[in-house]
Design a protein. Structure first.
Lengths: 355, 335
């Protein structure tokens, strides 16, 4: 159990128990953001850098506020300034080059970048984003960062001997960015490593990268790791050795069929449990989400449980995303009340890696 | 003297203009993808793109020219995605890649379709039969990528897939070469008994090609297990393709220990990396292969990218074709 969780408990929190509610990161962009992005890229349009910046600020303010209205304890700006989880960072790192779009599926493509020389830190990636979000919200802000293993694995590697050496160098750059974010006031960092799902045998590389990322970062900074859509039995319990406070896992999508994986041995970290499906436009009811939250209590005690969606919700219709967040928060608060009242039996007691 | 032939395993990236046009015309969702009944405006984009990629191969000096399979939204599962007896369900991962295709669920008898033959007919307008190469998924891989809800038994299903592909191949216009792509033989190798059936299935498909067509069974993402390799050699076809980009040692071992066909295809250009090999390096790879297989005296070495090429940006794809075309010309100059 991590020692840095209490700082995210709101002062006026209504219940004794506290299930930290948050999101993974991405959120549907309002249609006008895409339209405005097209305008910005159109050389004939009367729409320049200042207007584009203003639009991104407006969008970030809007979605941060939407998270607050949903009642989330820790908010994100919905990644309104980011286009894609690898591209966004590759544009800001020296050593990357772009050769054009490649297919992911059907006509969905992304500008998969190529690493053509040693990667180097050039400019800050997320400090401006964090500072803006923190300035427009009273709530704690989480900063999701695409992890070095995913940045390496989802790029073409022309310059390094292998993915491992590239990932290590990228991890050092992530460490630099996290230092800057911490300096700017950030206390909750989430490393996103979806690529681990495609190549679970590489979990040791992800672990080495995390050691580099947290080097010199104070203990009161909460570090999470998000992994999704994979066979978790191939990475658990090895991931418990990773130097992170919390694992954010997609489990609702598979109806918790992989939950048992995490019961043996004991889950010693905090668990950020996916309780709503990020790729299904049906809004789960409060009752359903409460049942999902209780699945999490089979793995960890309430003190170690964070409640969040399975994954970034950017592909959902916006009103669906909002309703899911609202129901998620309501469900968490109701479960807290039932825990306070002793109506829910807690099977698990807190354990730590040091026990 | 071994002849060196420059070719590719097909499944090309769309030109960037066609990516844009088709995304606008077709859309981004599952139900927007190719089902075999596309409208005239979509057909016309594919026609134009097909002509362009055939021309690119000819300009690059490739010895074999493929249609490009630009319509294959679902990659190697395409022949099922357009079939009337197959439903396309959710998006599933394409091998170990960050790519996805629609799960093809076979719900009825796999009768003749003719979709691939029609594409080849269209390509034959721009490429003569002496250079035209057809590409099909191997029966083992196609069965592996699909879900069977009709045949009920793995062996029956594999045999039906082989018969289906054989029927498709019989309808092809005259082609010089037929590439049969079998990545699943490596990625999800058949066990005891299934290995023999996989070989028989491949034999069925190879047998459907006319006598003058050279059939190459291309494997990639590693090396075949020894037994799978041995069984594969029992089938009657022209050459086995080996992926020397991802695995050299085990592929050489298989060849030197168990022999191979009289000709060979060598995956020596990385189909999944934007680093463009130079033509000398590609030619040297072929020299290396000949030196490393002292017992073999190949009639032909087909020099090819190890994988399909849709993983690459279009600009890099074109550069790779050029380097490959030049590599066999270098060998001819040297000889």
């Amino acid at each position: 159990m991590s020692q840095n969780r209490d700082q995210f408990r709101p002062e006026n929190h209504p219940n004794d128990h506290f299930l930290l509610t948050t999101v993974v990161g991405s959120y549907p962009k309002p249609k006008w953001v895409d339209r405005v992005s097209d305008l910005y890229e159109d050389p004939d349009a009367d729409f320049g850098e200042a207007e584009w910046q203003e639009a991104k600020d407006d969008a970030a303010r809007l979605i941060t506020d939407e998270h607050e209205r949903a009642g989330l304890d820790v908010v994100v700006d919905g990644e309104m300034r980011r286009n894609e989880m690898v591209e966004y960072f590759a544009h800001r790192i020296d050593g990357y080059e772009f050769n054009g779009p490649v297919k992911v599926w059907g006509h969905n493509t992304f500008d998969k970048p190529s690493v053509v020389s040693d990667v180097e830190y050039a400019e800050t990636w997320l400090v401006d984003e964090y500072e803006f979000t923190a300035s427009v919200s009273d709530r704690p802000v989480k900063v999701p960062i695409t992890g070095p293993y995913t940045l390496a694995n989802w790029s073409f590697n022309e310059a390094y001997d292998d993915t491992e050496s590239l990932a290590h160098d990228l991890a050092d750059l992530v460490n630099t960015e996290v230092e800057k974010l911490v300096e700017a006031g950030a206390r909750y960092i989430q490393i996103d490593e979806p690529a681990l799902a495609t190549t679970p045998d590489d979990h040791a590389i992800v672990g080495e990268c995390l050691e580099r990322i947290v080097a010199g970062i104070p203990d009161d900074v909460r570090i999470g790791l998000h992994v999704c859509y994979g066979d978790y039995s191939r990475i658990y319990p090895e991931i418990l050795e990773f130097p992170v406070d919390e694992f954010d896992l997609e489990l609702a999508n598979g109806d918790y069929d992989q939950l048992d994986v995490f019961k043996e041995p004991d889950f010693t970290a905090d668990l950020a449990l996916g309780v709503v499906d990020a790729h299904d436009a049906t809004v789960e009811s409060v009752a359903e989400i409460k049942a999902n939250i209780q699945k999490g209590l089979e793995v960890v005690p309430p003190e170690q449980l964070t409640v969040s969606p399975d994954c970034g919700v950017k592909l959902l219709p916006r009103e669906v995303a909002y309703e899911k967040m609202t129901n998620l928060v309501r469900a968490a608060r109701e479960v807290e009340q039932e825990l306070d009242a002793g109506e829910i039996e807690v099977e698990k007691s807190a354990v730590t890696a040091d026990d | 003297m071994t002849e060196r032939i420059a070719t590719t395993p097909g499944v090309y990236p769309l030109p960037d203009w066609a990516k844009d046009d088709l995304a606008d015309l077709k859309g981004h969702q599952k139900h927007d993808l190719i089902d075999g009944d596309e409208g005239d405006d979509v057909v016309s984009v594919y026609d134009q793109a097909r002509e362009e990629v055939v021309e690119r191969q000819q300009d690059a000096g490739l010895d074999r020219v493929v249609e490009g399979q630009l319509r294959w939204d679902d990659m190697l599962a395409h022949p099922f995605a357009v079939h009337d007896a197959v439903e396309t369900h959710g998006i599933v991962r394409y091998y170990d890649n960050n790519n996805f295709y629609r799960d093809p669920v076979v719900t009825g008898e796999l009768t003749f379709d003719g979709d691939i033959a029609a594409e080849l007919e269209a390509a034959s307008e721009f490429a003569d039969s002496g250079s035209l190469q057809a590409v099909v998924p191997g029966p083992y891989s196609l069965a592996d990528l699909a879900t069977d809800e009709y045949y009920g038994d793995d062996a029956d299903f594999l045999a039906a897939v082989a018969e289906f592909l054989a029927g498709e191949v019989e309808a092809f216009p005259e082609v010089e070469t037929l590439f049969v792509l079998e990545p699943s033989l490596v990625e999800n190798p058949p066990g005891e008994g299934d290995d023999e059936r996989a070989s028989e299935a491949i034999d069925t498909v190879a047998d459907a090609a006319p006598a003058g067509t050279d059939v190459i069974v291309h494997t990639y993402w590693g090396a075949l297990e020894e037994k799978v390799h041995a069984h594969l050699l029992d089938a009657d076809f022209h050459a086995v393709g080996y992926d020397f980009v991802s695995e050299q040692e085990q592929n050489l071992y298989n060849i030197n220990e168990y022999g191979t066909k009289d000709s060979i295809a060598a995956g020596v250009v990385d189909g999944q990396n934007t680093l463009v090999e130079d033509s000398e390096a590609i030619a040297e790879r072929a020299d290396w292969l000949e030196e490393s297989t002292p017992a073999a005296d190949f009639e032909e070495i087909y020099l090819t990218p190890n994988t399909e090429l849709f993983y690459l940006p279009y600009s890099t794809f074109q550069e790779k074709l050029a380097a490959l075309g030049e590599a066999t010309e270098l060998a001819e100059v040297k000889a």
